[in-house]
Structures are given as C-alpha cells and as structure tokens.
Design a protein around this ligand. Sequence first.
Ligand code: PEP
Ligand code: MG
Length: 283
Amino acid sequence: PPSPAPAAGPSVLPLRDGTGLELWANVGTVRESLAAAAAGAHGIGLARTEILFLDRPDAPAEAEQAERIAALLAPFRGRPVVVRALDAGADKPIPFLALDPEDNPALGVRGLRALLRRPAFFRTHLRAILRAGGAHDLRIMLPMVTVAEEMRAARGILADACREAGTPIPPLGAMIEVPAAALRIEDLVAETDFFSIGTNDLTQYVMAAERGRQDFAAFADAAHPAVIDLCAHVVRHANGRSVSVCGEAAGDPRAARLLVAAGIRRLSMAATRLGAIRAAFAA
Ligand code: PEP
Ligand code: MG
C-alpha cells in the first residue's frame, strides 16, 4: 500500500535562541512536490531536474522541459522555489550529453562542469526553467560549483537566457558540494546570491568515501565533525548570503541538530522527513 501522506505542520520552527528554522522540501517528481506542499514545506529548496533527462536518447525540447518543470513547481504557486540546473555525471549519467567516459567520474565532468561544456544546451535549459518559474518566486541553483570563474561563466549564459526569454534575472545560487568551494566560500560571494550545501556530495569528497556504498556508511557520514566544521565555516564566511543544507543530512535529526548548532537555519529535505525534523526540534 502507498505510504500515508506526511502530516501538515509549521514551515518555520522557533528555536530557543529566538531565531527560526525554516523547513523546505526537496522534490524530483510531481508526486513528491504534491506531498511536500501538503506537508506544509516553506518552499522548494531543491527541485531536481534529472528525472526529465534520464533514459532519453536526445535532449527534450525547450517547451517540453518548461512544461515538465512547471508541473513539478505547480503545487508551490506563488512560493519560493529553487530549481537546480541539470546535475549530470557521476551517479547521474545523462547519455545525450555525450560526455567522454572517465575512469573516475565522481572527480570528472559533472554538474556545472558538464553544463559549461554544453553551452547551447545549458542556455535552452535555463530558458525552460525561466519560463516554468513565471508563477513562482524563482531562484536557480547550479550543482558542483568549484571556483568563481565557473559562476561568472554561468552568469553570462543566464543573462543571455533571460534576454531571450524576456524575464528578469532571478537570484542565482551555488550548491556547495566541493571542499574547495566550501573552504573558499568568500571567493564565490561576489558571483552568488545564495548557497545550499549538498551534504551528500560534500561528505563524499571530504571523507574520500564514495556515496551510496553501503559498506562505507561509517565513513560517508555527514555528521562527522570534519563535515560539520566545514558547514560552520561556510556559514561564518558567506558574508550574509543565505546558506541552506539540502543533502539528506537535513532530514536526519542527529545530523540536523549539528547543522543547526553550526549556524544553519534553513533545511531542505524529502517531504517524508519533515515530521521527524519537526519532532526533533519541537519546543
Ligand atoms: C547533495 O549532494 O547533497 C545533493 C543534495 O545533491 P544530489 O544528492 O542530488 O547530488
Ligand atoms: Mg549533489
């Protein structure tokens, strides 16, 4: 039988220090988006777009991309939504991008690196996101950012896409998943409107432990002090830019407590985790 829909609840939890903890949702399908809205998420903190592209021999046309992304966002009409540009490569292979085979794809051409190698596709994809986000408080986020030059290049392509789509330039965010980006977060501030830490990948790279490998669970632990300290560093050096966490750690009470202690006040998680996090931070 289908699991019961998560119960609704507050989207901001009051903390003892007088601040609030915002609860956002990660969604990759319309079903997840409906569940997240029903569960009372503040907004979409991570809309994963990969599902549109998996198992496709060719890139879907702009209109189809726009239509499917709009369907993903529809339950959050008028709400803040963060759409992540296609995160191709490594654990998310996308055949039509025709990237070269690699011995070590997790350290290869993935995320923003892949998008910048396919600028025509990237621009079309951004136009589709811009069109899909018209009824929302749209923000766009880029995966696997390493250095400021990549953000600058992406900004240029976004500006072109906005001109072509006839839309204003939305806030542009960077996922922080690469240790170099986290350690030098101040270098990204000038080019980046907000940050979201992807603890799934950041943990993989900090701990040198492949994500998804069950026998590495003890290493690949986002609650390890090395990962938490790096998250605290990001918060301290982000120069007032908002910093959220959208990895699975955000929905795990043990890791979430450590992230909040590290200064994080915005967590984005699967709708099914909202109840556990509300319970963990109940006053
Ligand atoms: C992450 O890496 O933590 C993340 C949220 O992105 P994904 O799991 O889609 O790589
Ligand atoms: Mg990631």
